[in-house]
Design a protein around this ligand. Sequence first.
Ligand code: PEP
Ligand code: MG
Length: 500
Amino acid sequence: MNIKAIIANGLAYGKVIKAHKHSSNHDIYSSNDEEEHKLVDKAIEKAYSDLESLKRDNRDDEELIKVQQMLVKDPLLYGEVIKLINEKHFTAHSALEAVFDDYIKRFNEARTTYLQERALDMEDVKRRVMLNLDDNEAINVEGEFILVTDNLYPSYLMTYDKQIIGVIALNGGYTSHSAILCKAREIPYVLVDDIEPLIGNVLIDTRKNIINEDPKQKDIDEYIKLKIDRESFEINDFRSFGVHIFANVTSNSDLYKVLKYNMDGVGLYRTELIFMNLDRPMSYEEQNKIYTEACDMMQDRNICFRTFDIGDDKQLSYIKTFHKGIDNYKNNPEVFETQIKALINANRYGNMKIMFPMIETNEEFQFLKDWVLRIKRELNNDMPLQIGMMLETKMAVENIETFDSCDFMSLGTNDLTKELYNISREETLNYRVFIKDLINTLRKVVEVLKEKGIGLSICGELASVKPVVRRLYRVGLKNFSVSAASARALNDALLSELEE
Ligand code: PEP
Ligand code: MG
């Protein structure tokens, strides 16, 4: 079977497991009302029985739990959900969400405190029911497998962390967070036109652009040989050209590749992806343990943590999310402060950098920098710490001259190209449409920052697209940060550019 698009390169051989075919968190409409009814019923029943067990274990909270059970089984609420599915063909997810949100809003606007307080219960019930919807996506399988699915959601990759060795999907995009996770974990992720015929053991081979549905022993032997070869890959040393290669990581388990490939350090640690493993805020202790381990592993290299960057396809169930980092932080100061404290106390070697996402103005940057420095002072911490920002918004690029207190910037082309050229994150690999203009813009940015003495690196996915890498290098970008799976592509691009 031919591959329609390669999202993450690689080879994988193993059994095919299909994700259940039903509506997803991201779909609004479904073509199968009956399936959606079943999902609603299951999610509600499960929420009810979970509350029942909770009641047995928490006698003190019995009354409260009873109220929640009543809300879960409220016939009016249920009727409205079913109506949305029948009449508007909503998915279980979108129908439940719409109805719950409407109830929460009405409770919040109610005149009596009693009813206003029910809004909180309703939110809790909503969370409980919605989580059960996701549980329905459970795949029962042991050992490693190649996931075959309509859409790849980050939750699959998190739930089946060690098991998924390859992904074949109908839909998907290059810079989605699922793509980023696959690249970080070196899991090949490809798109095809039809997933129905895939059964048994298959071999994904992105070099040949095929899915071999009937691999022979010689194909499997070749796969094993290439796998061993891939394991022994090391990055070339480009330091004499002033070029440094860093890694984009999403968890501490990605860090061993930095050492194995002999990369210069971590250019982007997407901390929100560790947050997304939990449906509650991560404690100071939990975070500090992770960051300390990461800094220890990277002691002789720099490690740049990006404060949690949520919005779009990265949501946290326990806070209301905004598009921009600063809005998320200002509205959830305790979550931000816990992260910053955990980071600062983990900086035992002075090799840490902290950067903020989606900054638009110098004032926003200064506000967050001051906030971090205040926490650092309160902790009596005097370790060196560089504080910088992602350069990934149109506004920041347009006002690049105004930034003056940044230690460094990291170019986020995934968001930037979306803002500059109005194309979705998924389409950024159609770079031919905008690359000329982008390079011209970057030429000016590099010049301005050079004059200000602010270092610039790039951590967006364009840093691993061969023809783009050469052009980036030629306008003066020397620090590249890519996921492990893209390290080879970047290495090859730099070799051909620098060896000429
Ligand atoms: C970017 O926008 O280019 C980037 C690196 O950040 P993320 O992909 O996590 O939004
Ligand atoms: Mg971004």
